[in-house]
Every structure is written in structure tokens, then in C-alpha cells.
Design a protein around this ligand. Structure first.
Ligand code: GLU
Length: 297
């Protein structure tokens, strides 16, 4: 199926250079856009400034260029888009869909424990809704979305039907953090809508954010996008590769080899020769799987 107005994107956080896992998401999003005759954009997600590394965005753009993955428009930078996020938060506040929260992390943990659901390490820290009906004298620290009760269902092109009870499993989540930084969930939803993104293709580690992002799209009356979460690359220890656990940067002095590794994760065949030809062939393979109605990844 070809979609005339397809707009896809790759949205790296500049917390380090691209690693084997992030190249899979970059290649998959590029192939999906090309196979739909669509546009492919790159967005630098540099709002979580304490985690950003100087020069990493330029390194990432250079690595993409080495792999001939070139965006159709100049990249946008989230750090320059605060006014868009503020505007969205103002609308949510005006609609009663966002509210200020005065809880510290300790308060959130204590409220959860009081409900008989003590916070487990590495698990989502569920917000019990303490400030939903007012701050009760506490100063406002963060802003949260009032999440409607009920199970959210959504369709992933590879994983199939997914579901999450966001209100119970996550709670009212943060839109603007206590340190004044914009939360990833808000920025990504606003940017996807503002850039006219129709299809999100990204790593499976981000899949469990999707229900939250759809809840936010609905609260703002924004169109829902199509989602495809790509397989993760696991390290020797069986953990997913991430910049946090020190995944090695891809070596783009041999871009075809880096691309072949990424293509293999996506079930595409090994190519030799020029990069442009390899990308053409993978695009053909991707389109064939897609047109046959099977998951392209
Ligand atoms: N910036 C996020 C990351 O690098 C990806 C966001 C997204 O694709 O929605 O993990």
C-alpha cells in the first residue's frame, strides 16, 4: 500500500553516537518512508539537557550521512521548540486536562505504598493521583496529564494489538518536569503532530510509551499516527543495547557493514557493492513484505 502523504521520522536523543540498535531504527524508518514514497525527517531530541552530550547530534547526523540516510528537510531540534510545548500545555490546562503536582519522588512512592502497591525497583513509578484535586498547600513542581480511566488498545504493525491501562499502570504522567524541562511524552507528541508525522517507526524499547502518547494525542485532539516498533539488538549479556549501558558507536568508516548488520535484524538479506544499490534492494524487499500484508520488519 502506498500512502501519498506519508511522513516518517527518526528522532535520536543526542546522548551519544549511534549504536547498532539505533541504526536499526534509523534504517527501518528510512526504508518504510521510501517504500511508501514518503518523506523522511530527522528530529534531534535534545530537551533532556543533562543527558545530552556535546557534539553528539553532529556525530549522529554525520553517521547517518555516511550511511546515505539523508533527511528530506533540515533536522529540527527540540531545544528550539519550547514555545510549541508551552502552548500545548496551556491548552491542556485551560481544558482541565493538565494539573500542577507538588509531589516529590518520595511522596509519589509513599502514596503508592499507602495503596498497597510498593514501588518495585526498575518498574514504572505509578502516580497515585495525589494532586489531582488540588495541591493542598504544596508548591507546584511539575505538570501532569489527567489520564482517563480504562484500557487503551492500539495496533502495532509488527507486534499486533497492544493494550495498556495507563491510568492504573502509569497514572497521570508528567508533561513538564519539576526541574523545568519538558517531558519526552509531551515533546514527542507535539513534534510528531507539528511535523505532520503519519508513521512512527522506532525501537521496541519505546513501545510502552505509545499508549501514553495516544492518550496525549486524544487530549489535544491530534491525529493518531501508525506505529511500528522494530526488533531490539541485544548485547552479549542479553540486555538491549543502549547508550546508557555503554553500547559501542557504529563504525561508519565501513557503512555497508554497519547497514548490513542493521538490515539483518530487520530480516533483510546481506548486500555487497555500493550503498545506494544495497538501500534500493532493501527498499524493494521491505515494500514486497509490506505489500504482501506481512510485517516489513
Ligand atoms: N528520542 C528517543 C530516543 O532516542 C526516540 C523517540 C521516538 O522515536 O519516539 O530514544
Amino acid at each position: 500500500m502506498r500512502v501519498g502523504n506519508y511522513v516518517g521520522r527518526f528522532a535520536p536523543s543526542p546522548t551519544g553516537p549511534l549504536h547498532a540498535g539505533s541504526l536499526v531504527a534509523a534504517l527501518a524508518s528510512w526504508l518504510d518512508a521510501r517504500a511508501h514514497d514518503g518523506q523522511w525527517l530527522v528530529r534531534i531530541e535534545d530537551i533532556d539537557t543533562p543527558r545530552c552530550v556535546d557534539g553528539a547530534a553532529q556525530t549522529i547526523l554525520g553517521q547517518l550521512a555516511d550511511c546515505a540516510l539523508v533527511p528530506d528537510q533540515p533536522p529540527v531540534w527540540q531545544s528550539q521548540r519550547s514555545s510549541l510545548y508551552q502552548h500545548a500545555l496551556d491548552r491542556l490546562i485551560a481544558d482541565g486536562a493538565a494539573y500542577p503536582c507538588g509531589c516529590s519522588r518520595k511522596d509519589v512512592e509513599a502514596a503508592l505504598a499507602a495503596q498497597g502497591r510498593p514501588h518495585q525497583r526498575n518498574a514504572e513509578l505509578v502516580y497515585a493521583g495525589t494532586c489531582r484535586n488540588g495541591l493542598r498547600g504544596k508548591p507546584a513542581r511539575a505538570w501532569r496529564l489527567r489520564v482517563p480511566a480504562g484500557i487503551m488498545h492500539w495496533q502495532d504493525r509488527r507486534l499486533g494489538i497492544q493494550q495498556q491501562d495507563v491510568a492504573h499502570e502509569v497514572g497521570d504522567f508528567v508533561l513538564k518536569r519539576a526541574d523545568g524541562l519538558w517531558a519526552y511524552q509531551l515533546a514527542v507528541v507535539i513534534d510528531d503532530a507539528d511535523q505532520g508525522i503519519t508513521h512512527v517507526v522506532r525501537g521496541q524499547d519505546l513501545a510502552d510509551n505509545t499508549a501514553r502518547q495516544i492518550a496525549l494525542q486524544r487530549a489535544l485532539g491530534l491525529p493518531q499516527v501508525s506505529y511500528l516498533h522494530t526488533p531490539l539488538v541485544l548485547g552479549a549479556n542479553g540486555e538491549k543495547l543502549s547508550k546508557q549501558n555503554g553500547a559501542a558507536a557504529i563504525d561508519t568508516s565501513d557503512p555497508l557493514s554497519a547497514l548490513n548488520d542493521a538490515a539483518q535484524v530487520l530480516g533483510l538479506s546481506k548486500q555487497s557493492g555500493a550503498i545506494a544499490q544495497a538501500l534500493d534492494e532493501w527498499q524493494r524487499q521491505w515494500g514486497t513484505k509490506m505489500d504482501a500484508g506481512s510485517s516489513p520488519a
